[in-house]
Structure formats: structure tokens, C-alpha cells
Design a protein around this ligand. Structure first.
Ligand code: NAI
Length: 290
């Protein structure tokens, strides 16, 4: 099966990045969200990111135009009917994803592959909602998508080898390195990363150190490019909480209990960079200001 047209559902931080790398790799892209304003915001993010690539001489100005020319935006899910591969990147909520995959399963063409960028929700469950479990797979990109090398590829219980092979090839064409992992809560990435972030939030709550010191310890002592609290702000605190809840439910162990401070910040709408305030504050371009 040859993939030419890729649909991306959700034009947030991840979906816009996935649309961008797909278009840069030469695929035709249809980007879907629930409102025009989200699509506009997504397209702006893509333009900004491509603009930086041009500034750094990594792509030519005409590549920017050609890439944007391959991305079509729409609020109509039915516009994905002709896509060969659809990557879902909507909110990390199983109910929302279920509703979407039930609809997608019946409107896309029979041979199309459905992929989810979920951070932690079981692929096998999402595959079942889609009604095409053999053509369903996890395709987990990392933030910011245009810069991060990895795609975690997660096969559900019934995912076919052909589906895996197609998606691995697409990831490679996007310039990424696919690594295959099994369908367990949080896969590998978030099973390891999220408990560390959660523990950093607990350390902050207990007053072990300031946020700057906690992040500094991990940057300067462990050579992490970002501290865990800065990274939580980048990921989105709502997404972090949703992932911790999946780990907690999936493994049942107290060590995965979400920090009460994380929960309180999500309740307050302090979701990190995307809302301008989380552990740190950000200007409208996403630069840290405090
Ligand atoms: P986001 O909040 O930036 O974007 C979500 C977008 O989905 C919004 O634009 C929203 O309007 C749209 N949306 C919601 N319901 C929809 C529907 N039914 N149909 C169409 N569009 C809909 O979220 P973000 O950070 O992009 O995360 C998206 C997914 O990617 C989640 O599953 C998350 O766990 C996963 N992910 C997130 C990473 C991160 O660092 N933020 C990293 C890897 C995966």
C-alpha cells in the first residue's frame, strides 16, 4: 500500500507539528479541527516553525511555500474520506478519542490506516472503537515534532504486520526514527518520563527546592536539555495529568498517583506554555518571561 495523502485530526501543538513534517516529506495533508480559529492557530505555528528553518538555512524559502501548499485545512471530518493514513492528535481523553474513532472508522476508505498519537491510552482499546483493529496503530510523536527524532510505534493486539510496515516507512520518510514498543500503559516514553515529572512536582509542593533549582539540578547535573517542570509546561499540565491517571489506573500502584499540586493547577486552568502560565509564565510566542 502506498501512502500519498495523510489526514491529521487536531491542530494543536502535536497535530500542527505532524501536519508540518508530513507536508515537508512531500505528502498531501488534510488538517482537521473543530473550529477555524484552531486551524488558524495551527497554521501560524507551522509558518513560524518553517520560517525558523529558512532563517537557519535548513530549507529554502520556496520549500516553505511548497510545504504550506500541500496542507489543506477543514472543519469537516468527511474531507478525510480519501486519505490513506489518518493520524489522530486530539485531547488525551479516551471518551473523546472513542467518539472520533467510531466516526472515522465508518467514513474513511476501507484500506485506510488509522493511527493515534496518544501518549498513554491503550492502542488496543482505541483500535476496537475504530472497527478496523488490524489497520490501527499507535504513532507517538514527540514535542516539538519538527525537531524531535523519535516516533514510538505501538502495535495493538490485532494490528497487522503490513500496517506496522507502512507506518514505519512513513515515519522514516518524515525523517524520523521509529522504535517499536508494546502496548502497555504509557508505552516506554511516558512510563519513564511522567513519574519523574510527577516527582518533581511533589518535590516542589514539599518545598524541597525552588522550581528553578529543581529544573537546574536535572539540567546541570543530569545533562537533561530541559528541567522536568519546564518540560511539564511544554507538554501541557492537562496532558501530564491525563497520562498519570492512565498509569495509575493501568498499574494500580501508588507510585503513579498524580501529585495534588498537578491536579490543582489543571483545575485552575494553568496548563503551561499553551495557556501562558504553568510553573513558569510565557509570552504569546511561547517564550519564558518569568
Ligand atoms: P492540544 O491541546 O495542543 O491540541 C488538541 C487539539 O485537538 C485542539 O486544537 C482541539 O481543538 C482539537 N480537538 C479536540 N477534540 C477534537 C475533535 N473531536 N476533532 C477535531 N479536533 C479536536 O494538545 P496536544 O498537546 O497537541 O496533544 C494532542 C495529543 O497528542 C494528545 O493525545 C496528547 O497526549 C498527545 N501527545 C502530546 C504531547 C505533548 O508534548 N503535548 C507529546 C506526544 C503526544
Amino acid at each position: 500500500m502506498e501512502v500519498r495523502k495523510i489526514g491529521v485530526v487536531g491542530a494543536g501543538q502535536m497535530g500542527s507539528g505532524i501536519a508540518q513534517v508530513a507536508a515537508q516529506a512531500g505528502f498531501e495533508v488534510v488538517l482537521v479541527d473543530v473550529a477555524e480559529s484552531f486551524l488558524e492557530r495551527g497554521l501560524k505555528a507551522i509558518q513560524r516553525s518553517l520560517g525558523k528553518f529558512v532563517e537557519k538555512g535548513r530549507i529554502a524559502p520556496q520549500d516553505l511555500e511548497a510545504t504550506l501548499g500541500r496542507i489543506r485545512t477543514t472543519v469537516v471530518l468527511g474531507d478525510l474520506a480519501e486519505a490513506d493514513l489518518i493520524v489522530e492528535a486530539i485531547v488525551e481523553d479516551e471518551g473523546e478519542k472513542r467518539r472520533l474513532f467510531e466516526r472515522l472508522g465508518s467514513l474513511v476508505k476501507p484500506e485506510a490506516i488509522l493511527a493515534s498519537n496518544t501518549s498513554s491510552i491503550p492502542i488496543t482499546a482505541l483500535a476496537r472503537y475504530s472497527g478496523r483493529p488490524e489497520r490501527f496503530i499507535g504513532m507517538h510523536f514527540f514535542n516539538p515534532v519538527p525537531l524531535m527524532q523519535l516516533v514510538e510505534v505501538i502495535r495493538g493486539e490485532l494490528t497487522s504486520e503490513e500496517t506496522r510496515d507502512v507506518v514505519v516507512e512513513v515515519a522514516r520518510r518524515m525523517g524520523k526514527t521509529p522504535l517499536e514498543v508494546q502496548d502497555y500503559p504509557g508505552f516506554v516514553s511516558n512510563r519513564l518520563l511522567m513519574p519523574m515529572i510527577n516527582e518533581a512536582i511533589e518535590a516542589l509542593r514539599e518545598g524541597v527546592a525552588t522550581k528553578e533549582a529543581i529544573d537546574g539540578v536535572m539540567r546541570l547535573g543530569m545533562n537533561h536539555p530541559m528541567g522536568p517542570l519546564e518540560l511539564a509546561d511544554l507538554i501541557g499540565l492537562d496532558t501530564c495529568l491525563a497520562i498519570m491517571e492512565v498509569l495509575h489506573r493501568g498499574f494500580g500502584d501508588d507510585k503513579y498517583r498524580p501529585s495534588p499540586l498537578l491536579r490543582r493547577m489543571v483545575q485552575a486552568g494553568l496548563l503551561g506554555r499553551k495557556t501562558g502560565r504553568g510553573f513558569y509564565t510565557y509570552d504569546e510566542k511561547g517564550n519564558k518571561v518569568g
